[in-house]
Structure formats: C-alpha cells, structure tokens
Design a protein. Structure first.
Lengths: 112, 115
C-alpha cells in the first residue's frame, strides 16, 4: 500500500543554518505530494505541494521537488529562523483518492 | 473565523461512555475528512464525505466508530463504548472539492482522553 517515510527527529539547528528533511514515498500511481506544518499550539497547515514529477513546491522560503526517479520529496530551506520551529509532516494523496497519507512527522528546533 | 471549527477542543470521559465530536467545515467546502493522530505520529485517515455521502470509511477502526454529515455541512464523529486506546487527537479537514489535488484545511482538533 501507499506509505510515506520521513527522517526521525528531533532535528536541532542554529538560526541561519541550511535545512533538509528527507522524505520518501511508496505509491502505486502518481500521487500528489505535500508538506504540512504544525506550529506549537496550532493546527496542521499546508506548507507546499507538488502534483507531478519534477514540480517544485515552494512557500515561506521552503522548497521541495517531486522526484519520481528516487520517489522522494525532500524539504529544504536555505536559512532557517527560530520561528520555523515546528513539526513537519510529509504526505501524499493518490490520484482519485481523497485521503491523505502522512508520515510520522519531524520535529524541528531552531536555536537563536 | 473562516476556518474549520472543531468542538469540543478537549474531551475527558470515562471508559464505556459514548462521545460525539463535531466538525464545522469551511463554508462551501464539498469534502470533509476525519483523521486520528496518536502522540508522536502523523494523522491517520478515518473517513470522508462528499456533500452528505460517506465515500470511504475504510479507516474506521471498528464498528464502535461512526460518522455522519446529514446536510452536507456539519459532521459528527461518534465513538460508542469508548476504550482507553481511543485516546488521541481527532482532526477534521475540509476541501473545496473532491480530488487529490485539492488542499485539505485542518481544524485545531479535539483531544480525547479516555480514563
């Protein structure tokens, strides 16, 4: 079945460091891929998405590229801020199937 | 506000009691989803509706769990004869239309604790 695997946390970085959170997926079709973020005390928010191979999703300085050949959708940011501290979830949705399958989440701590 | 609203935010109840969790989606959103999130895990799909029709309930863990959306707007997730293993965050989401490309907008969730 479809699944998402993402790197375990917590990930701790200093402010202005480069961030990568790895995510790989297994899917029978051609899924849409998402990154959701949960800030402390808040609900889940869509951060970015990509719907087909080689698409790049971007938002708030974060980027992720849909790599079909490596079945990956790694999240990157060039210079993180303390306000980026949150839990990040990689997720997929198969075409024609509305449910989203989430990874376990990666907690990110950014130190000032 | 214009977001997905869930109530109550917190629910503590004794084992064996029934609970009803409510979700009020974004106005005009066709699709409504229920997920359950255990501590330290990602959300897991339970069920979803398009309008009032329940399209997929494959994620409901057993027959103690049910959901309805009778008028195609507000939805209720009901858990009968609760057990301690039902303790989790229950999240509702809505999207403008069906189809995997539409973003799902999540509410703040209901944290359920079964004593």
């Amino acid at each position: 079945g479809n699944s998402v695997t993402q790197m375990e946390g917590p990930v701790t970085l200093s402010e202005e460091a480069f961030l990568t959170i790895n995510c790989t997926y297994t899917a029978t079709g051609y899924p849409s891929l998402f990154w959701y973020v949960q800030y402390p005390g808040e609900g889940l928010q869509l951060l970015l998405k990509a719907t087909k191979a080689d698409d790049k999703g971007s938002n708030k300085g974060f980027e992720a590229t849909y790599r079909k050949e490596t079945t990956s959708f790694h999240l990157e940011k060039g210079s993180v801020q303390v306000s980026d501290s949150a839990v990040y979830f990689c997720a997929l949705s198969d075409r024609g199937d509305d449910k989203i399958i989430f990874g376990k989440g990666t907690r990110l701590h950014i130190l000032p | 506000g214009a977001g997905v609203s869930q109530s109550p935010r917190y629910k503590v109840t004794k084992r064996g009691q029934d609970v009803a969790l409510r979700c009020d989606p974004i106005s005009g959103h066709v699709s409504l989803y229920w997920y359950r999130q255990a501590l330290g895990q990602g959300p897991e799909f339970l069920t979803y509706f398009n309008y009032e029709a329940q399209q997929d309930k494959s994620g409901l863990p057993n027959d103690r769990f049910s959901a309805e959306r009778p008028e195609g707007s507000i939805s209720t997730l009901t858990i009968q004869r609760t057990e301690q293993r039902d303790s989790a965050m229950y999240r509702c989401a809505s999207s403008l239309a069906a189809g995997g490309n539409q973003p799902q907008h999540f509410g703040d969730g209901t944290r359920l604790s079964i004593l």
